[in-house]
Design a protein around this ligand. Structure first.
Ligand SMILES: C[S@@+](CC[C@H](N)C(=O)[O-])C[C@H]1O[C@@H](n2cnc3c(N)ncnc32)[C@H](O)[C@@H]1O
Length: 271
């Protein structure tokens, strides 16, 4: 369906209760006009998650981890899905450093009877999954700056089977991408392209099959790229060579954040 931020959105009945609690819509399911753009992002991102869940073995216990969950729209969208709601094998964990948002999410989950959802106040870097199996899916929608790198690093560390990351503004690493004659907005776009490609290459090197695509139209948000990693166990040394080539080509001097976060693992692999 073509996107228009002016076009009214009426929610599917299964979403009305939770999205009116989240103050995205009124109690009739009409999405508030200032939330339409965000709603479309959540819907598009969640569709990828639901596809992966539909392919998951039905008897397996599935842990989902929402990094930098904020108000956890994506997690609540997935939880409210008719099929997911009927399953009792899914646990959803949200992590955000904003304690106020985490308290709200736990309250809304409780009021909605979603006993399988738990939210924790923590930075991504400090959060450890205790006693959980490797996540089926770890994801982050628009985690700010280097939080997307934190999320990818943690997802790898936990042994996540699938990883979906839609980065926000990777300013820390973008700033060090240089190319002659490229400036202004184009410099930002080039930086994002290179940084997201480097993230994908590290994942490939570590044994993930990676695709990078637009999860929603650029008219909705310029932050419309999704990095999807699916664990295959096939480490790809060529990907590392490409990663090093990109760093050289674009004058990267400081070690990119994801490489820093994964340093112990990368060193182990290089031995
Ligand atoms: C733009 S919001 C996105 C929230 C949510 N994923 C969504 O799409 O609605 C970014 C969130 O990341 C959280 N955040 C940023 N850096 C973080 C970090 N290092 N660890 C945990 N949370 C972080 C912020 O508190 C904020 O709630």
């Amino acid at each position: 369906m073509p996107y228009s931020e002016y076009q009214p959105i009426i929610l599917n009945p299964q979403l009305i209760e939770i999205f009116s609690r989240l103050r995205i819509s009124d109690s009739e399911g009409r999405v508030f006009s200032n939330k339409r753009r965000k709603y479309r992002q959540v819907e598009a991102f969640s569709t990828h998650m639901l596809k992966l869940l539909a392919e998951a073995p039905e008897d397996a216990r599935l842990t989902l981890v929402d990094f930098a969950c904020g108000k956890s729209y994506v997690s609540f969208y997935v939880q409210a899905d008719k099929k997911v709601k009927q399953q009792n094998n899914i646990e959803i964990i949200g992590v955000d450093e904003d304690g106020g948002l985490v308290t709200k999410c736990n309250k809304i989950a409780g009021e909605s009877g979603y006993d399988n959802m738990h939210f924790y106040a923590s930075s991504i870097a400090d959060f450890n999954l205790v006693g959980e199996e490797a996540p089926f899916l770890a994801y982050a929608l628009h985690a700010c700056d280097t939080a997307s790198d934190d999320a990818i690093a943690k997802a790898v560390e936990y042994g996540s089977r699938h990883i979906l990351i839609a980065p926000c503004c990777a300013s820390t690493d973008i700033k060090q991408i240089k190319a002659p004659g490229i400036k202004g907005e184009l410099s930002t776009r080039l930086g994002e392209t290179v940084v997201n490609s480097m993230r994908g290459l590290i994942l490939e090197y570590m044994g993930y099959d990676v695709s990078i695509s637009e999860f929603i139209s650029q008219t909705n948000t310029p932050r419309n790229i999704m990095i999807a990693g699916h664990y295959s166990g096939r480490q790809n040394p060529e990907a590392w060579q490409k990663y090093e080539a990109l760093k050289e080509m674009f004058g990267v001097e400081r070690t990119p954040m994801l490489e820093q976060y994964l340093a112990p693992r990368l060193e182990q692999m290089a031995r």
